[in-house]
Design a binder for this molecule. Sequence first.
Ligand SMILES: Cc1cc2nc3c(=O)[nH]c(=O)nc-3n(C[C@H](O)[C@H](O)[C@H](O)COP(=O)(O)O)c2cc1C
Length: 462
Amino acid sequence: MTVTMHDIAEHYNADRTRLLDMLWDIQHQWGYIPAEVLPELADRLGTTAQDIKETFSFYHFFLDTPPAKHTIYLSDTVIAHLNGYPEVLAALEKETGCLLGGRDVTDTFSLATTPCIGLSDQEPAMLIGDDVFTSLTVKKIADIIQRLKSGESSSDIANPTGFPRHSLAYVHGMVKSGIQCKGPVFFRDKTNFSSLLHRLISMSPAQVIQTVSDSGLRGRGGAGFSTGRKWQLCSDNEEKQRFILCNADEGEPGTFKDRVLLTESPRDVFFGMLTAAYAVGATQGVIYLRSEYAYLMDYLEAQLAECRAEGLLGQSVGGHAGFDFDIRIQRGAGAYICGDETAMMESMEGKRGTPRLKPPYPVNQGYLGKPTSANNVETFAAVTHIMDKGASWFKEMGTAGSAGTRLLSISGDCAAPGIYEIEWGITLNEVLTRAGATDALAVQLRVAASRKRFTASSSLTA
Ligand SMILES: Cc1cc2nc3c(=O)[nH]c(=O)nc-3n(C[C@H](O)[C@H](O)[C@H](O)COP(=O)(O)O)c2cc1C
């Protein structure tokens, strides 16, 4: 069925701030964003075609010309190069008949590279549309491209068993979670969310903030800001409409822990957001999901729907009058800078992802100009376990300055790439030993906060 500009605009109440969603709807329908549709959309949104074009040209995955039948994005990272990237690229060029950056004469394939797609533990990897292909070899490429040529869709090849897109089996069939080392906090027992919810609403918002502050939890998105303090600042505002944002942009090359948390423990993340909402008095939460993780969309939507059905989201959550909170997912469109929380807010408002000058800080004027607490996926998941097991349980782990544990995304020249939960204060040598990196010449740490808090027990030299 052809969807018109009227339908697309109406679906979002002609709300200009939802432009990214509308652009995705257009691209899903036409395969790209045709210039001809822009004037009508602009009219409906009260803007100009030029404004819309200027916005979408910012994003890597929005296309302004008709694409080939299959658009292939090969992830170009250091890890991929360690694992056979040149051979895989050569096989892609040979099998598709395209040179990198171009398309074949029949317009069946186009071939481009893209920066890290959050799969460093199973590279080389590539995207074809929203479908993900990992651990690529020359043989695998030959098979995939031959099947595409014979008319199979990338979705059928990526999901041969035909699992429903909203199922965990579908996600696992496409991407391994690769949890190598569980710790005391994440991926453990199944949380009893309904009893946790009762505990949450038996506390006052101030007590919740105090608990999170007492735990010593610092944000896991990079800057390491105290989560309790951020929530306090957000709740201190006169303005009563407040927002909770979950930063799932995970664009830092080499990181993939948020991908694994969203796969294995999405409800821990949602409950952390719910806790934040209760603490600061927010009614709306948004998860900003990087476009490369679009294969998780249906699964996450299904998990959200189950939470609504169980009364963990929606009106009067837990039967508590006035506690209304729901979460929507905002798909990004390919821009590393949108991991910066202010750029993310611009993007969520349907604009180019240009970082804002601070002050004002998001806790005072954030998403839609309202007080906003933006936190990382791992931060929210940690909050859920703190609410479950207590502030002192968390505080007793780690170091004096950095409480708790954290998830490391480890990849490269090691026997067991994947996710490792470690306690702050661990030595780099211990991490290398656990990952089976016996003769490392160099180690690259990609999170600013970790860089300051790792202690290496011996120096690594090339
Ligand atoms: C260029 C840039 C990229 C960033 N990328 C991310 C990201 O992918 N995920 C994330 O959670 N934070 C990222 N941040 C940090 C966020 O701006 C913000 O500090 C964080 O989401 C706050 O959450 P936290 O308090 O839980 O750490 C980035 C910051 C900058 C400057």
